[in-house]
Design a binder for this molecule. Structure first.
Ligand code: S3P
Length: 436
């Protein structure tokens, strides 16, 4: 059995809503509170398959994590050296963040571990983390294809390194940071372009010591992180689907409350603004170290643009839905320098190009990007290729299409945004879900 959505053109989108918790921050709250000292509460945890995979792994590693009420959990931290090993595989499911961050943390433990994933995750590149971790002295091995399963054996002590990042990736950076908490001396990581810094923010919030200046990150090895309650903001990457839904609908207006607005995550908003989107940010506040605010959106006439390179890293998860905005814009939109999109839950350049072509939107694919010519979106049947963000993007495309769009294989939406379907219905999207 598989699940599919059908979206019929919708006229008006409206409401004041909240989106579910930020996926990146949810993972990090579970990981870091598990190795902190003391007990703390997480409020607003994203209860998606990806984050629940992380939660289950830490329970297997001996951490007591209690569910208090919806989205609220208490984590009884075991301290930096308190995790206990298990003979069972650590199953990361579809979650690249779980696997890559855990590889760093597990490399520094005094017990062996084996990280496994689902079919999609088992195809994604892992040498990008095994290389720097091996330089740190980790005993880590991959399959022949340089993918998961990842086998990690215990070692005496992790060594500090001075590492220049060859790829702009917060997962690689965070994997090294987690290992370097256990290192003999300070570790230095240099980024080409800064990527999301939730790991650094949360470690400092929990009394760790990481300093960043001029793209250089210096991590102090830690003997102690101190537990503190963590509030998780709404996920900007989920909010983006609702934002674009509103922009491409007629006479629509929506308010999305309490969305995480970390400066290294808002590239998608900046790109939409350059395209002519009417988006206003209100009520800026802080949830611990993270910036949060409300996002007000109005229907807008979008125009095609050349997407500036400086926004690629901070909009990396938003491109599938930005491509739908581009299909609705007048003129051409060009994205380059985004080869990383080929290594996500699917090859997102390929999956989106195929779907856009089915919807009769002209596009040219490049190795590191795509050019999209805005036009009339035709009804079509498109495959999500098992990728949550591709599935949700074409659901939004259905709003302004001439005829209904059916999206196949939408189960993966529950890896990041389990409420997507009900929220879409609530704000006025004409969406139906079927199991076939
Ligand atoms: C993430 C980093 C990004 C992003 C992913 C979440 C994180 O991946 O695509 O959805 O939480 O660190 P990369 O580090 O591979 O760019």
């Amino acid at each position: 059995m598989s699940e599919q959505y059908t979206v019929h053109p919708s006229y008006k989108i409206s409401g004041t809503i909240n989106v579910q918790g930020d996926k990146s921050i949810s993972h990090r709250s579970l990981i870091l509170l598990s190795i902190s000292e003391g007990t703390a509460k997480i409020t607003g945890l994203l209860e998606s398959e990806d984050c629940l995979a992380t939660l289950k792994i830490f329970r297997m590693l001996g951490v007591k994590i209690e569910k208090d009420s919806n989205n609220s959990y208490t984590v009884y931290g075991k301290g930096i050296h308190g995790l206990t090993g298990t003979n069972n595989n650590l199953d990361c499911g579809n979650s690249g963040t779980t696997m890559r961050l855990l590889a760093g943390l597990m490399s520094a433990q005094k017990f062996p571990s084996n990280l496994v994933g689902d079919n999609s995750l088992n195809k994604r590149p892992m040498e990008r983390i095994s290389k720097p971790l091996t330089m740190m002295g980790a005993n880590i091995s991959l399959s022949e294809n340089k993918t998961a399963p990842i086998k990690i054996n215990s070692i005496e002590k992790i060594k500090s390194i001075d590492y220049k990042m060859p790829i702009d990736s917060a997962q690689i950076k965070s994997s090294i940071i987690l290992a370097s908490l256990y290192a003999d001396r300070k570790t230095k990581i240099t980024e080409n372009i800064p990527t999301r810094d939730h790991t650094e923010n949360m470690i400092n919030f929990l009394n760790g010591n990481i300093t960043t200046s001029n793209n250089e990150i210096i991590i102090d090895p830690m003997s102690k992180l101190i537990s503190k309650d963590i509030d998780i903001p709404g996920d900007i990457s989920s909010a983006m689907f609702i934002i674009v839904a509103c922009l491409i609908s007629k006479k629509s207006e929506i308010l999305i409350e309490n969305v995480g607005l970390n400066d290294l995550r808002t590239g998608g908003i900046e790109i939409l603004k350059l395209m002519g989107a009417e988006i206003t940010v209100l009520n800026i506040k802080k949830y611990g170290p993270e910036k949060v605010g409300d996002i007000k959106v109005k229907s807008s006439n979008l125009k095609g643009i050349e997407i500036p390179k400086k926004y690629v890293a901070s909009a990396i998860d938003e491109f599938p839905i930005i491509f739908i905005a581009a299909a609705n814009a007048s003129g051409k939109t060009l994205l380059k320098n985004a080869e990383e999109l080929r290594y996500k839950e699917s090859d997102r350049l390929e999956s989106m190009s195929k779907g856009l072509t089915s919807c009769k939107i002209n596009n040219n694919l490049f190795n590191d990007g795509i050019e999209i010519v805005g036009g009339e979106i035709a009804g079509a049947v498109v495959d999500s290729f098992g990728d949550h963000r591709v599935a949700m993007s074409f659901a939004i495309a259905g709003i302004s299409a001439k005829n209904p769009i059916t999206i196949l294989n939408t189960e993966s939406v529950s890896t990041s945004f389990p409420d997507f379907y009900s929220l879409a219905k609530l704000i006025g999207i004409n969406i139906a879900r079927e199991n076939i």
